[in-house]
Design a protein around this ligand. Structure first.
Ligand SMILES: NC(=O)c1ccc[n+]([C@@H]2O[C@H](COP(=O)([O-])OP(=O)(O)OC[C@H]3O[C@@H](n4cnc5c(N)ncnc54)[C@H](O)[C@@H]3O)[C@@H](O)[C@H]2O)c1
Length: 336
C-alpha cells in the first residue's frame, strides 16, 4: 500500500531530512506541503513538484493523503497533530511531542481512540550503534549498569526571531532541543524510566530567554545513576557527542553517535573483575570496536512508522515513550 504524505512545516528539518527520506521509498508519495511562510511553501512545493499551501486545513481539505508529517516549532505540535487527526490522518510529529507531557498524553489518547498511528521523531534509537548498545546492555554485557553519561552540544547563538530561543514557542532551550534526545535514548537503551532528576541550567553565553546550557543528574527506576550535559554554547568543532555506559563488568562508549547521521564509533569492553586489587591496575584488554553503518536514520524511522500504518495495527509504544520524556523535562523545568 502506497502511503500518501502531506507535510506541515516544510522549511527546516522537513526539507533537509524527512522529505528526502519520503522520496527514497517508492512506497511513499509526497502529495503536498504546507508552511506558514508563503515563500517557503512555494519554494519547497516547487522543489519537489507538489501543490503547496500556507494553511494546513486548506491543504487537508483539498488534498487526499494518508499520513501527515509535522515539522513545525514545538508550540504548534499539539494543535496541528489534533487538526490532522480530525481529518482522519496518521501523524508523525517531530520531537519533542509537545510543549508538556500533559499535551502529549492528550494526543496519544486521541490517536488511540481514533485508531490512527502516531509517533514522534526520535530517530537516534534507530542508529545501529545505539541498537548494539541496547543489545549489549540487555544481555548483561556490561553487567549491572551503574553510570550513564550523555553529552550533546552545538553552537546556537542569538538569532533574531528564532522560535527555539523563545520559551513560548520552543518550550525551553538546550533541554527541550538536545536533552530530550538524550533522555529518550537512555530510556530506550536501559529499558526503564528516569525516575528522579536534579538539574542546573543557565543562560550565560547568549542573551535569549531559554537556557543555553544544562546539567541534569538522574536516577532510574532500578537505581542507575547518570548525568546529561547539553549545551548551545560550545562551538561545533569543540562539541563532543558522547554516550557512555559503565557497568559492573565493563563499558560501552559511543563517540560521535548523537546527531543526525549514522556515524561514530562504539567501544565495548568486557572486563569482569573478581577480587579487590589495591594496585588498581588498569586493564590492558582491548575493547571491541564497532562503527556507524552510515544509513539514513530518517528513512529508518519513517519505515518503522509506515510498517505500523500498513499493518493496520497502530502501535503507541514510542509515542508513549515520548510522553515519558516530556514528564522528565517537566520535572527538570519545575525544579528550578
Ligand atoms: N529529529 C531531528 O533530527 C530534528 C532536527 C531539527 C529539528 N527537529 C524538530 O523539528 C521541528 C522543526 O524544527 P526545524 O529545525 O525544522 O525548525 P525551522 O524553523 O528550521 O523550520 C520550521 C518550519 O516551520 C514553519 N512554520 C512555523 N510556524 C508554522 C506554523 N504554525 N505552521 C506551519 N509552518 C510553520 C517555518 O516557516 C519553517 O519553515 C521541531 O520540533 C524540532 O525540534 C528535529
Amino acid at each position: 500500500m502506497k502511503i500518501k504524505w502531506c507535510v506541515i512545516g516544510a522549511g527546516g528539518i522537513a526539507d533537509r531530512r524527512t522529505i528526502p527520506a519520503i522520496l527514497k521509498d517508492k512506497d511513499n508519495e509526497l502529495v503536498a506541503v504546507m508552511d506558514r511562510a508563503p515563500a517557503t511553501a512555494e519554494n519547497v512545493g516547487e522543489k519537489y513538484g507538489v501543490p503547496y499551501f500556507s494553511d494546513e486545513e486548506e491543504m487537508l481539505k483539498t488534498v487526499e493523503c494518508d499520513a501527515v508529517y509535522i515539522g513545525t516549532p514545538v508550540s504548534c505540535h499539539f494543535e496541528q497533530a489534533s487538526v490532522a487527526l480530525e481529518y482522519g490522518k496518521h501523524v508523525f510529529v517531530e520531537k519533542p511531542v509537545a510543549l508538556t507531557a500533559d499535551e502529549g498524553e492528550r494526543l496519544v489518547e486521541a490517536f488511540k481512540k481514533a485508531g490512527k498511528q502516531f509517533t514522534v521523531g526520535y530517530m537516534m534509537k534507530h542508529h545501529n550503534l545505539h541498537e548494539k548498545v541496547k543489545e549489549i546492555v540487555q544481555s548483561g554485557g556490561i553487567g549491572q549498569v551503574n553510570d550513564v553519561r550523555a553529552q550533546f552540544s552545538c553552537w546556537y547563538p542569538d538569532i533574531p526571531g528564532a522560535w527555539r530561543q523563545k520559551k513560548s514557542l520552543g518550550g525551553g532551550g538546550a533541554v527541550m532541543d538536545l536533552g530530550v534526545h538524550c533522555i529518550e535514548l537512555i530510556e530506550f537503551v536501559l529499558g526503564e524510566e528516569i525516575a528522579e532528576v536534579k538539574s542546573f541550567y543557565s543562560t550565560r553565553t547568549f542573551s535569549y530567554e531559554v537556557e543555553d546550557g544544562a546539567v541534569i543528574l538522574f536516577k532510574t527506576q532500578s537505581g542507575v545513576l547518570g548525568h546529561i550535559d547539553v549545551h548551545f554554547n560550545i562551538p561545533d568543532n569543540a562539541s563532543e557527542s558522547k554516550f557512555e555506559l559503565y557497568g559492573s563488568k565493563g563499558y560501552a562508549i559511543c563517540k560521535g553517535t548523537l546527531g543526525q547521521e549514522e556515524t561514530g564509533t562504539l567501544s565495548y569492553l568486557y572486563a569482569p573483575q573478581g577480587d579487590y586489587s589495591a594496585m588498581q591496575n588498569r586493564s590492558v584488554d582491548k575493547p571491541v570496536e564497532y562503527t556507524g553503518a552510515g544509513e539514513d536514520l530518517y528513512l529508518k524511522q519513517l519505515s518503522a512508522f509506515c510498517e505500523k500504518v500498513r499493518s493496520g495495527k497502530p502501535d503507541y509504544f514510542y509515542a508513549e515513550r515520548a510522553v515519558q520524556v516530556q514528564r522528565v523535562v517537566d520535572k527538570i523545568y519545575s525544579k528550578n
